[in-house]
Design a protein around this ligand. Structure first.
Ligand code: NI
Length: 167
């Protein structure tokens, strides 16, 4: 087990489009374990491999309050989306910044589990937000890109200052 360093916006590596996982092997299972540990330690409710500078399609999510709901999604795809919800989001790659984003209320998702088996599930509410947020990361998109250009510039300035102070 290991804690992995998390890339911070506006790091250009966060805009990399991740490649599909071709073989679900021990390397991928270890990455999923390390990502889960990193997410819980942060703490956060989701983490995409992109955020730890691994550009393969793998995310971990746990929206439970007691760390009992870990989901590992390999090559996740949204098969269907329905409705609309607006939720205040944050991101481990954009520390201290929260803002509202409108996304689908319900999604149907297909992914592989850590045994390489395909499964499907329906998500709504916070889980649906989280799945959409994490899949965006795999496509190189950070949630602040849904905000106005003015807000994005302010966030970049704020995080650049913070990086200088903590460096
Ligand atoms: Ni995020």
């Amino acid at each position: 087990m290991a804690l992995l360093p998390i890339l911070h916006y506006p790091d250009p590596r966060l805009h990399t489009r991740a490649s599909p996982v071709t073989v679900v092997d021990d390397r991928i299972r270890q990455l999923a374990e390390d990502m889960a540990e990193t997410m819980y330690a942060a703490p956060g409710v989701g983490l995409a491999a992109t955020q730890v500078n691994v550009h393969e399609r793998l995310v971990v999510i746990d929206v439970s309050e007691d760390k009992s709901g870990l989901m590992v999604l390999i090559n996740p795809e949204i098969l269907a989306r329905d409705g609309e919800q607006t939720c205040e989001e944050g991101c481990l790659s954009v520390p201290g910044i929260y803002d509202v984003v409108t996304r689908a209320e319900r999604v149907r998702v297909r992914a592989l589990n850590t045994r390489g088996e395909a499964f499907e599930f329906d998500a709504d509410g916070l889980l649906a937000v989280c799945v959409q947020h994490e899949i965006d990361h795999l496509d190189g998109k950070v949630f602040v890109e849904y905000l106005s250009q003015l807000k994005q510039n302010r966030i970049k300035t704020k995080l650049a200052k913070k990086a200088r102070i903590t460096a």
